[in-house]
Design a protein. Structure first.
Length: 214
């Protein structure tokens, strides 16, 4: 928390978003210090998504929970490589991928037939020149298509794209597609749980998702 807090507190006058690359094992080591869940809540509240946080970690004794949730709630990603070999190059490529911002402050909207409560992540990261955007949701079996609108801010002002998804022509996804959706929903619910730790409804949803999607 002490390493991130000074940079989160700084106010930037630049139109471009600030990016922090955090190298960490995700474990808190200060006795009597701020616990992992508190770190996520405090940083997210202070930050208000002004600064994007990316995390890189290495080794088999890391805690991906904190890093995944911290980065997701602050417009970023985390990456873990358990094997030390090749990790330096992986970290270098990761930073290159998420360094050149093309469009920032993204938000999206689907046509009304789609259940918006089942779309994740709720808040998109910025669009980087080397990266991609992934949005996971559900559609009803009889639905033929949907419209998607994505808006953001580019170097010259507002940017917008609207396109149609034809479900009949879409490739059939593998089981990992459903697991990715569940993964993002679980992270979202965990974020909600950090703000409402005694919410039994959220805990029940989490247990059901973990059991169903392994």
């Amino acid at each position: 928390y002490k390493s991130l807090r000074p940079y989160i507190a700084q106010r930037s006058q630049s139109q471009y978003p600030r990016i922090i690359y955090l190298a960490s094992d995700g474990n808190t080591t200060t006795r009597g210090g701020v616990e992992g869940v508190e770190i996520i809540s405090k940083i997210t509240q202070d930050n208000q998504a002004r600064t994007s946080i990316f995390a890189i970690s290495n080794g088999d004794d890391t805690s991906p929970f904190l890093l995944d949730l911290l980065t997701l709630r602050n417009r970023g990603y985390s990456i873990l490589q358990e094997e030390p070999e090749g990790s330096g190059l992986m970290f270098e490529n990761f930073i290159k991928t998420y360094s050149d911002t093309v469009v920032s402050k993204l938000n999206y909207r689907f046509s009304s037939q789609i259940d918006h409560d089942e779309i994740f992540p709720r808040e998109l990261p910025h669009l980087y020149r080397g990266g991609t955007l992934s949005i996971y949701g559900q559609f009803k079996s009889g639905q033929q298509s949907t419209l998607v609108q994505v808006k953001g801010v580019g170097a010259k002002g507002p940017e917008e794209i609207t396109f149609k998804i034809d479900f009949k022509k879409s490739a059939k996804g593998k089981a990992t597609l459903a697991q990715n959706w569940a993964h993002h929903k679980i992270l979202y619910l965990l974020g909600e749980l950090t703000d409402n730790p005694n919410n039994q409804k959220i805990k029940t949803q989490l247990r059901n998702l973990v059991n169903k999607y392994n």
